[in-house]
Design a protein around this ligand. Sequence first.
Ligand code: SF4
Length: 242
Amino acid sequence: MAKTLSGRRAVAAAPKIPFPTRKVPRERALRELAILEQSYPHAVTALLYRSPFELLVAVILSAQCTDVRVNLTTPHLFAEYPTPEKLAAAKPEDIEPIVKSCGFFRMKAKNIVNAARAIVEVHGGRVPDDREALESLPGVGRKTASVVLAAAFSEPEFAVDTHVFRVAHRLGLTTGNTPRQVEDDVVKLLPREKVGDAHHWLILHGRALCKAPVPLCKQCPVNELCPSASIVARQLRAKRRS
Ligand code: SF4
């Protein structure tokens, strides 16, 4: 990679890959999901945690940050602040240096301290196990609540992050414009007991093969069913010709 005059690294422009404009038929969608289930049988979050409280904090820290980075950060954080009570008694400025490498550290430090305070003051020191209460905590939106409900409380919840949004579109499982529309479309395809796991199938597939700039369709186990495989091939051919 060459350096530009400004000293920044120049990244080769990847072709923009449009999403399919129509959903695939239900039967085909079910076959796609069955292949992903077989391909990613270990459907668990990569975040390390020992309690719903630790999971909640880890998920808040993971916004715009990798799970690997969060896992390098949380052992130190939980050694110093092992309970909601200890974290609730801290000042955000005490937490900032510990979470700095996760990005947006001032906002994240404030959110996890304020979430801990709400857990202690309103919920008796326990992370609530219902969506409305979770989403009322600082720094917790629908996606974070879904991850906590699915992983910590085994609820049938399907969290839509950037990988899930992209992979669901590329597979033609949805044409939804919002995470909530994508969630509703994918959940309709799944039996209740598989809803929580399906989130991991799509995330793992997005990280491993169905990558954001250029998906690795030739290696993909679902490429004969995926409506994006031909779109990707066409875009790459056009890119080579240009
Ligand atoms: S065939 Fe390509 S676009 Fe479709 S799911 Fe696989 S990697 Fe993604």
